[in-house]
Design a protein around this ligand. Structure first.
Ligand SMILES: Cc1ncc(COP(=O)(O)O)c(C=O)c1O
Length: 420
């Protein structure tokens, strides 16, 4: 992988807006809420039901179920949204990560630096590519891969056959891509490695006006049903600024086959279904609005927490406040896939909220370097202390576009009740 393959700066373009026939969510509770789900996809469905069913009917009428025109149209629209030159639809975000790594040049015997604080697939995709993940700790404010620690590691002892750095845009906020660009440029003359984005949680996010998915050499998105842009089953997409890599992705997702029944290399069946693409295209017309509503809910939460007196702001734990909010990078346009707090007595708080029928979740309870599957790396508790502490404290609160202000209020009031 050539380090000269750094991404051209591109401003993301807005995808063509489609008019939904019925956009007003019908099942949003109008009365005072007594329960708040972590995520309520039913409300979203109520607003787009006719369009979704028409899209599925279109695919059934076409009798073209795998790849084909719907997937190709989605690929063009995602390429436009992210500002990457190319997008390649595939079976899941996990598959997208594997395609992103392999086409960026990761091969057996290589190593890939990544965060210890993410979903398992961020690192297991490296293992599937035959390489070894090298876990580095996260920034205590954002919980994204800490570029300063990556730099330190490269200065102290460069991992053998380092081929890529894989930052994850955790919870919908981009990792510090300026810092990773600087690192790639600094080492460019000495050795070559690529930046591969795990953008699974970050569709529509930006860093300094550049779209997630156009910041690295390749990037992976997930359309798992809980994601900001979600399919009605598994689906994912890979983006790249390099057309030749996109062609390689297209072959690899289809058994390494450049044409039917001829196979140049070993790929796999990683194709996307047309029904998923058709559903995603309906939702894509709404993603800018949905992400904007998520940002508004996050601002409401921030304000309610500030008013409640429960928080110390952004990362510092010196005040002993029971709740801490995560840092927001000024360069980042956050899409709040999750709104996450750090809470004292987190597990008791979660139980208390559950009894009040308020949804919450822990993303993630065990850092990757301590997962049994990675025990062969020989890491132990204490090796990555920021990730380990975060795993004890993080709590995701209800967050979805159709959430109401009354619901956010109930969530924060309930948290205040717990600590009173
Ligand atoms: C950060 C991250 N990476 C990768 C994935 C894998 O995506 P998928 O579940 O679509 O395979 C997910 C989603 O679950 C994720 O959150």
């Amino acid at each position: 992988m050539k380090s000269s393959l750094s991404s051209p700066r591109k401003t993301p373009r807005t995808p063509p807006q489609k008019t939904a026939r019925n956009t007003a969510p019908q099942s949003v509770p109008l009365s005072v809420p007594h329960a708040v789900p972590l995520l309520d996809l039913r409300r979203q469905y109520d607003g787009i039901r006719e369009d979704v069913l028409a899209a599925i009917a279109r695919v059934c009428d076409s009798q073209s179920f795998i790849l084909g025109p719907e997937v190709e149209a989605l690929e063009r629209e995602i390429a436009a949204l992210t500002g990457a030159a190319c997008a390649v639809g595939c079976a899941s975000g996990t598959e997208a990560l594997w395609l992103a790594l392999v086409t960026a040049g990761v091969k057996p015997g290589d190593s890939v630096i990544t965060t210890a604080f993410s979903f398992f697939a961020s690192a297991s995709a490296t293992v599937r590519a035959g390489a070894t993940p090298v876990f580095v700790d996260v920034d205590p404010g954002t919980l994204n891969l800490d570029a300063a620690l990556v730099d330190q590691l490269l200065r102290a002892k460069r991992p053998e056959n380092l081929r890529a750095i894989l930052p994850v845009h955790l919870y919908g906020q981009c990792a510090d891509m300026d810092a990773f660009d600087r690192i790639v440029n600094e080492y460019a003359k000495e050795f070559e490695f690529a930046i591969v984005e795990d953008a699974a949680q970050a569709i529509g996010a930006e860093w300094s006006g550049r779209g997630a998915g156009s910041l690295g050499v390749t990037a992976a998105f997930s359309f798992y049903p809980t994601k900001n842009l979600s399919a009605y089953g598994d689906a994912g997409i890979v983006t790249t600024t390099h057309p030749e890599m996109a062609e390689h992705m297209r072959r690899l997702r289809n058994h390494g086959s450049p044409r039917r029944y001829y196979h140049d290399e070993f790929g796999w069946n990683g194709r996307m279904d047309a029904i998923q693409a058709a559903v995603l295209r309906v939702k894509l017309a709404h993603i800018a609005d949905w992400n904007q509503r998520r940002r508004q809910h996050a601002a409401t939460y921030d304000q309610l927490f500030a008013d409640s007196g429960l928080t110390s702001h952004h990362g510092s734990d010196e005040s002993g406040a029971p709740v801490r909010l995560l840092s927001r990078s000024p360069q980042a346009k956050h899409v709040f896939h999750q709104y996450v707090i750090r809470a004292q007595r987190r597990d008791a708080l979660r139980k208390f909220l559950g009894e009040r029928k308020i949804g919450s979740e822990i993303y993630y309870p065990l850092p990757l370097h301590l997962q049994p599957a990675f025990s062969y790396l020989g890491l132990k508790p204490g090796d990555l202390p920021v990730s380990e502490q975060a795993a004890l404290e993080v709590l995701a609160l209800p967050m979805f576009p159709e959430l109401t202000e009354a619901e956010t209020r109930l969530v924060v009031e309930s948290i205040a009740d717990f600590y009173s």
